[in-house]
Design a protein around this ligand. Sequence first.
Ligand code: NDP
Length: 297
Amino acid sequence: MGAQIIDGKAFAAKVRGQVADHVARLKSDHGITPGLAVVLVGEDPASQVYVRSKGKMTVEVGMNSYEHKLDPDTSEADLLALIAQLNTDPEVHGILVQLPLPKHLDEDLVINSIDPAKDVDGFHISNVGLLGTGQKSMVPCTPLGCLMMLREYHGSLSGMDAVVIGRSNIVGKPMAQLLLGDSCTVTIAHSRTRDLPDVVRRADIVVAAVGRPEMVPGDWIKPGATVIDVGINRVDAGESKTRLVGDCDYDSCAEVAGAITPVPGGVGPMTIACLLANTVTACCRANGVAEPEGLTA
Ligand code: NDP
């Protein structure tokens, strides 16, 4: 196995440490404590786990965590009223509505009702537009985490060929925008892409965000390329056990790649670290205080 392992768990711990340092300075120098409000509608078990761990880590870095757990049959009007209240609350600098929402709620409407300055998920249409035009925005956490790891490993990404597999609004498209912003030559591949193996073989950087277990084999990877595996797929491991795998076949890709993120322990931990980073960034912007360096795009 030749590839260097990009340790997302260790890097995320470092990012959380930087966030904690900045939070401490905000408190001591300005008397401000950043606050993150997380809204969960319903009882989806995976969402409950995510919300719990987000709340725990928010408190660990010294920020205030506000959890709002709403009934599964909460009306759109009630949810919008809560968001309106959080938008005007000066103690709340970041608002995250945990997705997916129950079917009777319009996700786009709900997300676009969040004050863009507090939209720490970076999904508001204004933030999408700002990112697309290269302006200061709130950047979606998962692609931001991928970008941070790539910058840490490579330094400059300028001129590199990058292929992003997947064109979702939460990962693929913003990832491509960020790589373009760092002067990569970017290809976005998807389910209709012709000859995907050939497209991927051209890439110095491969970001796989598909949601298909171990879809990318090592013989699609250019020798020495960097592989960022966003996929989180639970598969059968026999004896009624399951295990998590990525969208890349780790063993065969690691034989060929120059560097690779593992699953678990790669992109996943960086996503929450970037949520905390976005919250501290939002707090600094709201208060006209210098933003932490290296924690935004
Ligand atoms: P979506 O289902 O929204 O998007 C998947 C994308 O993959 C689509 O653009 C789709 O193409 C493309 N695709 C599907 N099949 C193929 C194929 N055979 N060949 C090429 N492209 C294909 O997924 P997400 O972007 O939300 O998530 C992707 C993965 O990342 C999932 O495993 C998810 O669990 C994981 N994830 C991990 C996070 C983390 O923190 N680590 C955070 C968010 C997601 P088309 O548009 O043509 O249908």
